[in-house]
Design a protein around this ligand. Sequence first.
Ligand code: CDP
Length: 203
Amino acid sequence: MIIAVDGPAASGKGTIARAIAAHFGLPLLDTGLLYRAVGMATVRAGGDPDVEDDALKACQFDNAALADPALRSEAAGGLASRVSVHPKVRAALLKRQRDFAGQPGGAVLDGRDIGTVIVPSADAKLYVTASAEVRARRRQLEDYDRDYPAILAEILARDERDASRADAPMRRADDADLLDTSDLSVDDAVQRAIAIVEARLRR
Ligand code: CDP
């Protein structure tokens, strides 16, 4: 059984994907971490994240690199968004994601293009969203040192870049269930998500 969870930054998709994976006893791949690892490795090697071949050279990392706490920073998220526009980078990371999805028993993957490109045949697809203002407030709660207008601007810039890129833009798959978490607590969002996936699997 393969479950795809997509959506924009701070929509709650990571928390929801973790809860769904635990609920169904499935392994989870946070695919954003792959792009974050490429972005950080590109810069650390002295490359330019906006140059496709520089970013491509950084795609050969092993999975241990994904545990680096630095990957969780908003700076790494911004770098990820820049390297993720390159078709060669997306192609280089495709097999890793499809192999993970194809393991016996299945898996949960969360990202931007899981339901549209990586596993269009997923058994259940969830597109998790929330207003940009709510998402910026959530990010601010995680990082008191940054001011709200700067975080909101960053979120809007990332949404724009992710949704407008030519290759695998962020969008809801036609057959994905939509969950807007703007007015939901974490617990309510998780319960709602599990109920939606269970209903989909019964169909
Ligand atoms: O946690 P957050 O939503 O802020 O970010 P993330 O899921 O770690 O993704 C970071 C960036 O990687 C996104 O802004 C996308 O540009 C890119 N990404 C992507 O292009 N495709 C994916 N499947 C996952 C992430």
